[in-house]
Ligand binder design. Sequence first.
Ligand code: 16G
Length: 235
Amino acid sequence: MNCDKCERDLIVEQDLVNNNHIMLKKQDQQDQQIQSPSIVNKVAQVRPPFLFDPSVFRLLNRKDMKLSYETFEQMENEQNGVHYNLGEGLILRALRRDDYFHGFLGLLSQLTVVGDVSQAEFEQRFDAMQSCASTYFTMVIYDTVMDRVAAALTVVHEQKFIRQCGARGRIEDVVVDEKYRGKRLSKILLDFGCQLAKVLGCYKLSLECKDDLRALYEQFEFRLEDKQNYLCRRF
Ligand code: 16G
């Protein structure tokens, strides 16, 4: 491989990891808005629908995963970006802005308190998270027959100055709708989440969980570290 190509590949990879596609599109949109206020509404409609650039899924190496996904087909279309067909009408894809209408918040309420979040509040938070480059990677398993989000997991990519400007990953808000339990969906999400954290270059990946879920996470090599404490202050 010649060096120009190596460098180009690296840049493309880094762009994907940094969500630069989304950022560049946003910049284009801002430029267009400045040029012509009359197209503001149209621009709002073409905002990227995904929380993160789904092309990052292309960087995952399925051979490195714990479970076997021979039957999972990697696919791509405008509606779902790069995504995986898991069979039985289920796909794994990036969270979309319109998942507000697909029961995403109801699903999260099976994990903890969500509150009464309006569409506007949801979209405002979505946009704020989307604009944090390379930070929030919420992936969902979506039932294309029922048009519902069946399960979700978020990888938070926390960039740091320590560890040679390294990054730490956090697994957050893992939840499977009670109607979809027993189909190993949490394991599938965890496998993809762990691989994503690896691709993002995290030096460690951590999570908080209740005692009864420890065995699940231990299957993915999460361990209670010696002499480490998890402390929490609530407000
Ligand atoms: C669990 C979740 C955490 C979530 C918290 C919500 C996982 C691995 N852990 O600890 O991400 O934020 O529950 O509970 O999904 P809280 O509302 O009491 O903070």
